[in-house]
Write a protein that binds this ligand. Structure first.
Ligand code: C2E
Ligand code: CA
Ligand code: CA
Length: 548
């Protein structure tokens, strides 16, 4: 329950009590007036005039007046009683509503957490949750010297089925497949859907390779009977790739990548299942081999960084740069982050990517600081980074090594990343924020949460997702969303950044709405360190928006 709701309910209780007291005072006043009039009348009737002697005698001898004299006390007591009863009832109301609001907030939070960790179509855990469980299982297996298996299952020809029968029937099939796979495994084993027609199965402890093979065969058998899609019967086969700890890898990312290679091997051989073998690598598609090459790319410094300025609207200065990574691949050329970051996230390599980026970017900012260029840097952080216990020590260590104060670093995190494991993410963010590092919510408006909900975290900045900003001049709905985020952000004491500022018109409109910082091609495209340093010299010459 929020502080303001509590305040409203408490002040309502006070209001009720005050109003009951007010009516009791009216009662007392009327009773006193009645006594005065009645005493005067009694004096007149008995003595023919209203005199002091007559009034005293009436008060001493008239029994009816004695009773009347008691009424103000009656009203005062009644007023006290009623106001206390009302306050008590209002108090009970406050307690009732508090409990109800608490229950509602908890339900919303449970729902949000469920949505980011489960697949909507099949209700199975999603890849993120499975990855988390795989990491926990690996931890136990390493400690107790046990084996485990991760299997990736992909339906054969699912795309053809989808194209021929339509999406709705495709979804129906996936739901039935999910139910059958789940019924073929043990309760301690996790089945997850990782998107499309790909499913993952975690066997947290296995006696040997044979046990994993038996499980893959059981899944194959469960899919043997034809599927019933509202009248039409359909035969479906699947290919399962198996990777085993410790034989085929020691980390979650290695095992997942190898299970995928094995799955393509099974598809190639039409064997239903296959256990990982390094000979299968040559037949894997680009994204699978890229995942395998990423670790090496980091070691060989194949990633490069570009810096994207955030322009402060009020001062017309650039005090912060967002760092964006690209992969300069020896065969495929420059690969954009939208292609390799999701890959790194899928395979768990993202932690190494993030550390690489932090290391390089903080070193660069330290160099700039020593050369008299005073800028901060914003680094994009993924969900898994927030679950990495080492992150805090690494970051504080890098800041110290480069002699940078903590407020030179901003961590940009999407709302969805925070929701995946809110408790863990929040505690990491709090620890980081306590050192002075600033936390920024990226791509705001695209996730499930509300800003008010996020405001319990130490968030200093919110970035409006570029999809709302880019067309805000021609899309009134988006313009309204942008305005609402700016206002709400300010009310919650956050700085608001507009990203995707491509035109002068958007630039002016955001400045008019008092958006604090702007980012986008109209200010500057992302630049490599050297070009960026040169560009920074031009900033004072940038035209300032009129009237801001
Ligand atoms: P993001 O964090 O939302 O970054 C903004 C993206 O929008 C960048 O694309 C940036 O170049 C682009 N952008 C911003 N303003 C404009 C504009 O006015 N016009 C156009 N055409 N584009 C604009 P980029 O560099 O391709 O990055 C895409 C996403 O990849 C980023 O989205 C971020 O989520 C992720 N990413 C990039 N580098 C890293 C990294 O080092 N670590 C992690 N975890 N994610 C990264
Ligand atoms: Ca970002
Ligand atoms: Ca963004």
């Amino acid at each position: 329950m929020t502080q303001s709701t509590l305040q409203v309910l408490t002040s309502n209780a006070k209001l009720l009590k005050a109003s009951a007291s007010k009516y009791a005072i009216y009662g007392v006043l009327i009773a006193v007036a009645a006594i005065v009039v009645a005493t005067g009348m009694a004096s007149y009737v008995e003595h023919g005039s209203i005199s002091l002697d007559g009034i005293i005698s009436a008060q001493q001898n008239n029994v009816a007046l004695w009773l009347l004299d008691l009424t103000p006390f009656g009203f005062a007591l009644w007023g006290q009683y009623v106001s206390n009863v009302m306050a008590f009832q209002a108090g009970a109301l406050v307690v009732d509503q508090t409990n109800e609001l608490r229950a509602q907030a908890a339900a919303i939070e449970r729902r949000a957490t469920y949505e980011v960790t489960h697949d909507r179509l099949t209700d199975l855990p999603n890849r993120l949750l499975l990855q988390d469980r795989l990491e926990q299982a690996l931890h136990l297996a390493q400690r107790d010297q046990l084996s485990l298996a991760i299997m990736i299952m992909d339906l054969d020809r699912f795309k053809d089925i989808n194209d021929a029968l339509g999406r709705e029937q495709g979804d129906r099939l996936l739901k039935q497949v999910a139910a059958r796979v789940q019924s073929a495994v043990q309760e301690t084993e996790t089945v997850a859907r990782s998107g499309g027609d790909e499913f993952l199965v975690l066997l947290p402890t296995i006696a040997n390779e044979n046990a994993a093979i038996q499980s893959a065969v059981a899944i194959g058998n469960a899919l043997k009977a034809a599927f019933d899609l509202g009248g039409s019967k359909l035969d479906v086969q699947a290919s399962v790739g198996i990777a085993i700890y410790p034989d085929h890898g020691h980390s979650a990312d290695e095992l997942l990548q190898r299970a995928e290679v094995a799955m393509y091997g099974a598809k190639q051989e039409k064997s239903g299942y296959a256990v990982y073998d390094d000979k299968q690598e040559i037949n894997s598609p680009r994204r699978v081999t890229l995942a395998g090459e990423l670790r090496q790319a980091l070691e060989q410094d194949e990633l490069l960084l570009q810096y994207h300025p955030k322009l402060d609207v009020r001062t017309n200065q650039v005090t912060e740069l967002e760092v964006l990574s690209r992969w300069r691949h020896p065969r495929h050329g420059v690969i954009p982050p939208d292609e390799f970051i999701p890959l790194a996230e899928r395979t768990g390599l993202i932690k190494l990517v993030t550390l690489w980026v932090l290391k390089k970017a903080l070193h660069q900012v330290g160099e700039w600081a020593r050369a008299g260029i005073d800028v901060g840097v914003a680094v994009n952080i993924s969900a898994q980074d927030l679950h990495d216990e080492d992150l805090y020590d690494r970051i504080t260590g890098l800041l110290a090594a480069n002699r940078l104060p903590a407020d030179k670093l901003v961590l940009e995190i999407t709302e969805t990343s925070i929701m995946i494991d809110k408790e863990r993410a929040s505690s990491m963010l709090r620890r980081l924020a306590e050192t002075g590092i600033r936390i920024s919510i990226d791509d705001f408006g695209t996730g499930y949460s509300s800003l008010a909900h996020l405001s319990i975290l130490p968030v200093k900045e919110v970035k409006i997702d570029k999809s709302f900003v880019i067309d805000m001049m021609s899309n009134p709905k988006h313009a309204k969303i942008v305005r609402a985020i700016v206002d709400l952000g300010h009310n919650l004491d956050m700085t608001v950044v507009g990203e995707g500022v491509v035109t002068e018109a958007v630039y002016r409109e955001l400045a008019r709405l008092q958006c604090d910082s702007l980012q986008g091609d109209h200010v500057s495209t992302p630049l490599e360190a050297e070009a960026l340093a040169e560009w920074l010299l031009q900033v004072p010459k940038l035209k300032k928006v009129q009237g801001i």
